[in-house]
Design a protein around this ligand. Sequence first.
Ligand SMILES: [Mn+2]
Length: 242
Amino acid sequence: MSRPVIGICAALERARWSVWDLESVLLPHSYVEAVQRAGAMGLVVPPDPALVDEPGEVLDRLDGLMLAGGADIDPSIYGADREAQTVHTVPRRDAVEVALAREALARDLPLLGICRGMQLLNVACGGTLHQHVPDRFGHHEHLRVHGSFDGADHDVRLAAGSLAARVAGAQRHATKSHHHQGVDRVGEGLVVSGWSTDDLAEALERPDRRFVLGVQWHPEADPASPVIGGLIDAARAPAPAG
Ligand SMILES: [Mn+2]
């Protein structure tokens, strides 16, 4: 039996490798490996502008969608002015991912948003973001070292009976954290189902969908995390008729 196919949205970034320094479609291998480890095939989805109008063109070929971490979302999408700490936004990527997330919700395709991906899910549903969590909350517990998960592996508490708690297998869950933005106003239809000790939203879900989950932490960075396996299980289950 063939593996379920999970589309993983990749970044558009300038990158250096070997002798090259070029605009690149970029995705940390940890996302692809985590999907493979859970028994699925990871298909890297580049930010193709044609998908803004026709997201079904790629979703038709997928059993699940993963929105990966990455750059700050351009605040113009959620109707806010850019604050000083919001940098290096990639509006082309944002637009493609918003279209994919909305269509995945509409067709009840299993969807997991990780870090930026959770924020993207919120924005796609009309929500807003805190543009710099340390300014709002007065601490750096969600990101200690740029480019590393060191020192910011805080716990989250998950709501009893929530999808997040079911997938994590417990109401207290250890996480790898690396974010400076966070969910502010929650998008339409979404429910916050996880919090850090400062009450920042750490998990979002759509209880009226099969599997729509956003996590503010990085399960792909933790081989012991059951979260990506939860997406794969949902992607493997037969879609409801009609
Ligand atoms: Mn956090």
